[in-house]
Design a protein around this ligand. Structure first.
Ligand SMILES: *Cc1c(COP(=O)(O)O)cnc(C)c1O
Length: 386
């Protein structure tokens, strides 16, 4: 057993981020200002979008995106069940109904057949999640959306730097939303971004991040920086701070190296586990570039004497932290009680949930760390194979 505990995740923060935060604090400008604007511009450029609107979380970005696209009372929004709480809860914020969609069992992205079948006359939008950083089939989703005149808001919380048919995620759909939460591949502590090519949506979303307030009317006639403002909409308090943006700008510069590191770790795992019939490694389709936010193995439970939970406990005894992404939404009490969902309604997500394990994958991992994880997985498999 390796001596050191290898956590499931550790952020890649170094002296540069610390210095950038110090500089921001010393500048006297703490909240939304020039660093946020610069981060938005750089980020938009990186993902091939015309506009980017920074927020204080990925959840906030999803909320303002759906709001800008007109989702409201009585609408249905298609959301995969294999996702985090945020993707569906923002639909509730707007008085609309999230309709959960099963996943397909290889990439764990939403199942296009199930999606097609769930669309009704009340459907307003689709929120595909690029699970773990593997892009969804955006051509098919776009065709479906066009046929039914639906908005598409991508939940790209895992997919910064992913590409679909050589197009970066972020410049494809109506609006794409990113998260910079502490565990995400680019972090600002907390933070998010909504990208779009539509100027009207971008302006509206930006306005909604700060109480629905505009200063434009007055600024046309007076010097900037006046005290005048107008409330145009009942907005939210979702603006990103310059402190966060300062971290984000440094992270953005390092993000290519980060991606190389994660891709290498994924390749090492896949090579090391290729001979183990007791588990299946994640794969990237040939027409996508995977962001490798997560590395999710699927246990072949018929070949093991232990459950997924026991597998994770056994890894812990080997000093390796693992996790599960995700407990599908339909298995949570709120969704079961409110919508009467049963596990049979989502056969693929329900089955997959019993066998998924997320292994550590982050740039801070050393070669020794990766080898230790590989050893731990192989030890557990050897110990408990049938
Ligand atoms: C992290 C995450 C979010 C929300 O991001 P926050 O920045 O924490 O609000 C949304 N969707 C998915 C799939 C996520 O993993």
């Amino acid at each position: 057993m390796n001596e050191r505990w290898i956590p499931f995740h550790a952020p890649s923060i170094s002296e540069e981020e610390i210095a950038a935060v110090g500089e921001t604090l010393r500048s006297g400008w703490l909240t939304t200002g020039s660093r946020v604007r610069e981060f938005e511009e750089e980020f938009a450029r990186r993902v091939g979008a015309k506009y980017a609107v920074a927020t204080n979380s990925g959840t906030a970005a999803l909320h303002i995106a759906l709001e800008a696209l007109g989702v409201g009372e009585g609408d249905e929004v298609m959301v995969p069940t294999m996702t985090f709480a945020a993707t569906a809860e923002v639909v509730h914020y707007l008085g609309a109904k999230p309709v959960l969609i099963d996943c397909e069992s290889v990439t764990l992205n939403l199942d296009l057949n199930a999606l097609d079948h769930a669309i009704t006359s009340r459907t307003k939008a689709i929120v595909p999640v690029h699970f773990g950083g593997h892009p969804c089939e955006m051509d098919q989703i776009r065709d479906l959306a066009q046929r039914h005149q639906l908005a598409v808001v991508e939940d790209a919380a895992h997919a910064f730097q992913a590409q679909y048919r050589d197009r970066p995620i972020g410049g494809i759909s109506d609006v794409t939303c990113f998260s910079f939460y502490a565990t995400k591949s680019l972090t600002t502590g907390e933070g998010g971004m909504a990208t779009t090519d539509n100027a009207a949506w971008a302006n509206h979303m930006r306005c909604m991040t700060l109480h629905g307030i505009t200063k434009d009317a007055w600024n046309r006639y007076t010097a900037a920086g006046s005290w005048f403002y107008e409330i145009q909409f009942p907005g939210f308090k979702y603006n990103m701070t310059d402190i966060s943006a300062a971290i984000g700008l440094v992270q953005l510069e390092k993000s290519d190296q980060f991606l190389i590191a994660r891709t290498e770790i994924a390749a090492m795992y896949s090579a090391a586990f290729a001979d183990l019939p007791e588990l299946h490694c994640p794969r990237a389709e040939t027409h996508v570039d995977h962001a490798w936010h997560l590395y999710v193995i699927q246990l072949e439970l018929s070949r093991l004497r232990i459950s997924r939970n026991e597998f994770i406990d056994a890894l812990k005894k080997e000093n390796v932290g693992a996790s599960v992404h995700f407990i599908p939404l339909h298995l949570h009490p709120y969704y079961r009680k409110t919508f009467g969902y049963r596990s049979e309604d989502f056969p693929q997500a329900s089955a997959v949930f019993d066998r998924i394990v997320s292994l550590p994958i982050y740039p801070k991992m050393t070669l020794e760390d990766v080898q230790a994880v590989i050893r731990a997985v192989r030890t557990v498999v050897a110990q408990y194979r049938r």
